[in-house]
Design a protein around this ligand. Sequence first.
Ligand code: ADP
Length: 385
Amino acid sequence: MARVTEAAVMAALKALQDPASGRDLVTAGMVQGLTVKDGNVQFVLEVDPAQGAKLEPLRQQAEQAVLALPGVASATAILTAHRSQAAAQPRPATHHENHAHAHGAQQRPPLPGAGKAALPNIRSVIAVASGKGGVGKSTTAANLALALQAQGLKVGLLDADIYGPSQPRLMGLTGRPDSPDGKTIIPHRVNGLPVMSIGFLVAEDTAMIWRGPMVQSALMQMLRDVQWGQLDCLVVDLPPGTGDAQLTMAQQVPLTGAVIVSTPQDIALLDVKKSIAMFRKVDVPILGLVENMSVFVCPNCGHESHVFSHGGAHREADKQGIRFLGEVPLDLKIRETSDAGRPIVLHFPDSPQAEGYRAIARQVWAAAEEQLAGGTRQGPKITMQ
Ligand code: ADP
């Protein structure tokens, strides 16, 4: 079959007209983030927020036009509302916003809950977050989701780590999910647990260049357009850090609460404090802290080495007024299973590591149920300086 090129895709999109400006899609600068890989074509159409959903027919036309090209196996266009730079950039907080109960930047919902995506079939959404990358956030999210499922809950896993989606690798999943009606996506499943990741749609290196507004829009589509079914809990693997994209997700997704993952050596550092402050600023309850890679367990003799001072994370969590959910050791088997796409909770359910994750999941769910029941927030609020 003929190979399709980026130039051919751009030429096809140039033949379509933006009804708002009257210009073609390419000249109007609407086509962004184009990737062509093995006949699979993906791109973003950036549109004026005022046009919003009205341009859905244009998105479909664009997909059809690309799909009609020789050598194209699939075409995916994602519509994003392009905000002005001023709105997309974080701005310095005003005095009022420095108050602990303050809400986020301009154009954001004035009240918690307002403007958030309505997810009628999903009872709770738990975000797994970290101050920085590489601390084991995704590994924790995957095993936490499976451990919650082992508790008898109906669980889904959304990989919102758009800058470096790792759930496909961790869960051992590949290939594009089906979309028979062209509107909704049937998620892949692991042990019956639905999983969705931008990594199924876009190559990892492409995701890296996505800007905040695109990220948001892709996330909202993954939340709303995926056939999650009835869920007790959707676990969301957030991107690391506390940029504008994370802040917006924390505001637009109706989060029941956040679980923060940290390594012991990072726990007292600014990254984690910033992460905690971000959730507090947008009134997302922090369910607690998981200390990952806490102790090193020798794979040969089982001896535990406390590489960093043990108990420090627990103390730090207490100090910051958040619940300590438990610790996961730095363990070769966790790394191997996670890197081989065979999460330990599912593939080695009798291992002590799997029991460790299940114990953490019980704590997480207890904290989430408190929130669902309208429970009180834990601990003092901190004020950002
Ligand atoms: P993040 O999502 O924070 O970037 P990952 O979950 O991708 O981190 O983990 C980074 C690396 O650390 C992976 O190779 C993973 O297998 C490994 N890892 C995560 N948690 C543990 C652990 N408790 N013990 C050993 N290796 C771990």
